[in-house]
Design a protein around this ligand. Sequence first.
Ligand code: PHE
Length: 345
Amino acid sequence: MEELLRGWDGEHVVVRYDREADAWIFIAIHSTRLGNASGGTRMKVYDEPQDGLRDALRLAEGMTYKWAGVDFPMGGGKGVIALSRPLGTPERDGLLERYGELVESLAGGFSTGADLGVGPDLVQVIGRETTHVFGTRIAGDPGPWTALGVFTAIEAVAQELFGSSDLSGRTVLVQGVGDVGIPLAKRLWDAGAQLKLADINAKHVAGIAEELGAEAVDVEALYDEPCDIFAPCAVGAVLNAQTIPRLCCKGIAGAANNQLEGPEDAGRLHERGVLYGPDFICNSGGAIALLGLEALSMTEDYVAAKILSIRDTLKVIFREARENNESPLHAAERLARRVLERGPA
Ligand code: PHE
């Protein structure tokens, strides 16, 4: 853990060992340059507590870029609850309440909401102990908002690749049919896309595929599956030295945070000619909705328009990347860095 913290360029990390649940809590505050830190809370079983810390550090950095990318006055932070084993409901709720107390003790220096393993219902449990949560009042479940943003990002990728944002007849492979993947799949289906769905839960994906008339793809074969656009909407680090050579897609836009295992994977995709929609731009819809509606007093119409402007942001990023013959990730990072250098608007 020492090495992880030394190698990190963020501001600070709050660490708590929860003896009752034998769980580690990490709240990573990466940057408060633009405002107080905000980011979701992830809860899952990790082999080692340091794997949870590593996730928290990288995810918090991703939030810094996400807020800068949409130019919101928020800083990058993330909570990770690293479980040592699956918990029953009463035990889990107790842990989340104690986590809520910890968030409350930070007095607004960190605010949080849903992420992998912490759905809208569990955000309510955290919210019993702290007011610094989003998704309990106006916005509700951020999943459909994130899906709207990813959908429009997929349109932007199609526009850049094929000269048209029309998705009818285009094959889109969605990895992960959860809180974001399901509403995204529905939107794609409505737009006439040819859908392929994959999920670690084979039974779950089969049910949804049947409902939508989509094809369920085996998770093992997922990276070899021919498609126009791949939408990773599950865990991170799915784009790496092992998977990138296998990909049979032309472009990528999805909801997962930290889709690249490392920065060099952006170059790998670029060399293979796969257009990468930077994750922190494509998946910013949920963050826009949560904070826009519950902290920044935006109307729903304004929030929806802001989310749909992800398409314009990507257009600029793709053009810049094309002109420089570089990965769109680099163009997106420059855009975010310009905002960070400028400071809060
Ligand atoms: N965890 C989601 C994200 O990474 C949504 C979220 C954003 C939750 C901001 C809380 C605060 O975008």
